[in-house]
Ligand binder design. Structure first.
Ligand code: 5RP
Length: 240
């Protein structure tokens, strides 16, 4: 994975893949689902960015919402575009969450290339509606992308061994602009795990969650209410 400086967001972030136009269309389409008074989960990444920017515009036009951010990056952007934020610890439920994904098969997702999946999953699980926005390159018949697993630093060797026993191929994610591994915003490390074709995301999700030392992983199984897919000049919406 490559990291580049993004002068628009004033952050270093992973290189953007997929069609920028499709991401914008999908993000804006997802943002249009937000209603007056909503508490809104604000996802992380280059597609969620477009949803946050669209919501910022709507706030300027008078829409009253409060955002719950899933990362430092999204908090910074939300503040910049004028979305009032509340802390995750202040809410016991969320009206709607909007987020991107690294891969989508049906209503199952792989997330976490931006290392924010633990918080993203908490926010999505607390939301009445979870709207996923992706460009068309993210859609697949079967999940087969590496699954990011957030792990306690001290448990890394044991968890690595357990993942290998399960047939996975784990790789520690390294930082680009510092020596050593990536540290998540929760102070943990990441194992990017290749499981090949994931025949049963639900079973794999449960098996990974059952490993002591795992904080959370990037498989989001049947959590999405709607998938907004940017395709060419339009958006295809899949609903449960
Ligand atoms: C961050 C995520 C992102 O939502 C995912 O990586 C998609 O990002 P992008 O829209 O930039 O492709 O899960 O943890």
């Amino acid at each position: 994975m490559r990291y580049t400086y993004d002068p628009i967001r004033d952050v270093f972030s992973k290189s953007v893949s997929g069609s920028e136009k499709e991401k914008r269309l999908a993000g804006e389409s997802a943002a249009s689902r937000v209603l007056e008074g909503d508490i809104v989960g604000l996802g992380t990444g280059s597609t969620a960015l477009y949803a946050i920017q669209a919501l910022g515009e709507a706030v300027k036009q008078g829409l009253e919402i409060r955002g719950v951010s899933t990362s430092f990056q999204s908090s910074q952007l939300a503040e910049k575009v004028g979305i009032p934020l509340i802390r995750l610890s202040e809410v016991d439920r969320i009206d709607i969450a909007i987020d991107g994904a690294d891969q989508v098969a049906g209503f199952d997702l792989v997330k976490g290339e931006g290392a924010a999946h633990t918080r993203e999953k908490i926010v999505a699980s607390a939301a009445d509606k979870f709207i996923v926005a992706v460009d068309s390159t993210k859609v697949s018949d079967i999940l087969n992308k590496t699954v990011p697993i957030e792990v306690l630093f001290s448990a890394r060797t044991i968890v690595t061994s357990r993942i290998k026993d399960m047939g996975g191929n784990p790789e520690l994610r390294f930082s680009v602009r510092k020596d050593g591994p990536v540290s998540t915003e929760n102070g943990n490390i990441l194992l990017d795990c290749d499981f090949g074709d994931i025949e049963s995301p639900l079973l794999l999700s449960k098996e990974i969650s059952d490993i002591p030392g795992v904080v959370d992983h990037g498989l989001f199984v049947n959590m999405a209410s709607e998938i907004h897919i940017g395709r060419g000049s339009g958006v295809e919406i899949q609903k449960e």
